[in-house]
Design a protein around this ligand. Sequence first.
Ligand SMILES: CC(C)(COP(=O)(O)OP(=O)(O)OC[C@H]1O[C@@H](n2cnc3c(N)ncnc32)[C@H](O)[C@@H]1O)[C@@H](O)C(=O)NCCC(=O)NCCS
Ligand SMILES: Nc1ncnc2c1ncn2[C@@H]1O[C@H](COP(=O)(O)OP(=O)(O)OP(=O)(O)O)[C@@H](O)[C@H]1O
Length: 197
Amino acid sequence: MIVLGLTGSIGMGKSTVARMFADEGVPVFDADKTVRALQGPGGALVAPIEAAFPGSTGPEGVRRAVLADMVLHDRAVLRRLEEIVHPAVGEAREAFLAEHRDRPLVVLDVPLLFETGGEKNVDKVAVVSADPDVQRARTLSRPDMTPEKFVRIMMHQLPDAEKRKRADYVIPTDCAIDETRFAVRRIVACLSGGGDS
Ligand SMILES: CC(C)(COP(=O)(O)OP(=O)(O)OC[C@H]1O[C@@H](n2cnc3c(N)ncnc32)[C@H](O)[C@@H]1O)[C@@H](O)C(=O)NCCC(=O)NCCS
Ligand SMILES: Nc1ncnc2c1ncn2[C@@H]1O[C@H](COP(=O)(O)OP(=O)(O)OP(=O)(O)O)[C@@H](O)[C@H]1O
């Protein structure tokens, strides 16, 4: 089995690209979705997050906008949240890999792959990348985003140029969507043929 790590900075089009891999029939593990489920109503992370960040949860689970305000201004505080969240994501990832171990290719969609040392859990890395102006425009068009929050999040992420340097594949998204799909198909064809399982 070949494990492909899919990563990219905020607003680069990673979710769209992850869907393209799924469209090709490749199982995709979605780290963000896992976090949202564990932080949602009845989720296993709600109580520990409330204990560490009082007032950050409610009947709807974690209030992400409130929690974001509490953690994004300070790396040490964000680290405390990550220490609660990342082990649970790791467990879910291992369960996903076990479930799909007979497949020639799987994708781990992990926004913080490089930042969390996740490179060592994958065979190849694909980075989703776009021009900074495209990235900014896409991000700021989201309903709950502000220029300040965008800058704060970027501060916690490895710069795109660095990610591209460390990637095996770069998938462009500042182009026609068909071109992006073509890049995804080429990677799938290249990796699903040659697995040593
Ligand atoms: C900080 C939180 C509350 C913000 O929630 P919110 O809904 O406002 O934003 P969202 O989750 O959509 O994230 C927006 C962008 O920030 C990035 N981001 C999220 N957490 C982090 C982090 N710890 N470091 C750097 N970037 C991050 C995301 O990848 C995305 O690009 C939330 O992201 C969270 O609980 N993060 C901690 C868990 C984590 O590290 N998740 C990343 C993938 S495992
Ligand atoms: N060539 C392209 N490839 C991918 N997305 C594109 C392309 N052209 C336009 N888009 C649009 O750009 C947006 C990308 O948003 P998406 O949610 O995929 O970003 P994201 O990188 O997952 O964000 P985040 O990592 O912050 O969650 C979508 O609305 C998508 O339709």
